[in-house]
Design a binder for this molecule. Structure first.
Ligand code: 9YT
Length: 134
């Protein structure tokens, strides 16, 4: 069994920080679970464009308020504690944080470590990996 706290992850290779968010990666590919699990803190007033072209991501909000907009249709969804959004169609989207948001994020396939968004908001995929949807 793996037991790991966010506190232990702070300041290690499992903590990835950008100007808009900090991701603490509690479970990664190397942990062998078939998904990765992160606690992501999004800074208030930020807007982040993302497109997980190679991954499926579910995002469960446990703290804070914001909204997510899907690029394809411009639909805006309010996000707050107790709400999950799942990018089941690799949807291009934009997350606006009104307050500091604390999110639990799950990725399939799992992230391997230090991924950050490229200029298109995409995380790279290692050769041979694919999201196991359905
Ligand atoms: C909500 C979101 O996707 N933020 C970007 C960071 C990502 N969740 C991660 O790498 O943990």
């Amino acid at each position: 069994m793996i037991v790991r706290s966010v506190k232990e992850v702070r300041g290690t290779e499992r903590e990835v920080e950008t100007p808009n968010w900090v991701s603490r990666r509690l479970l990664l590919k190397s942990d062998g679970m078939g998904f990765s699990l992160h606690e992501t803190t999004v800074l208030p007033g930020t807007e982040t464009n993302m497109w997980y072209a190679h991954h499926l991501e579910a995002v469960y909000c446990i703290e804070g308020e914001g909204e997510v907009e899907t690029a394809a249709d411009g639909a805006v969804h309010r996000i707050g504690p107790g709400v999950v959004y799942a990018l089941d169609r690799h949807d291009r989207h934009r997350l606006r944080a009104r307050t500091r948001m604390r999110l639990v994020c799950v990725f399939n396939p799992p992230l391997t470590g230090r991924e950050v968004h490229d200029e298109n908001g995409v995380y790279p995929l290692l050769a041979g990996e694919a999201a196991a949807a359905g």
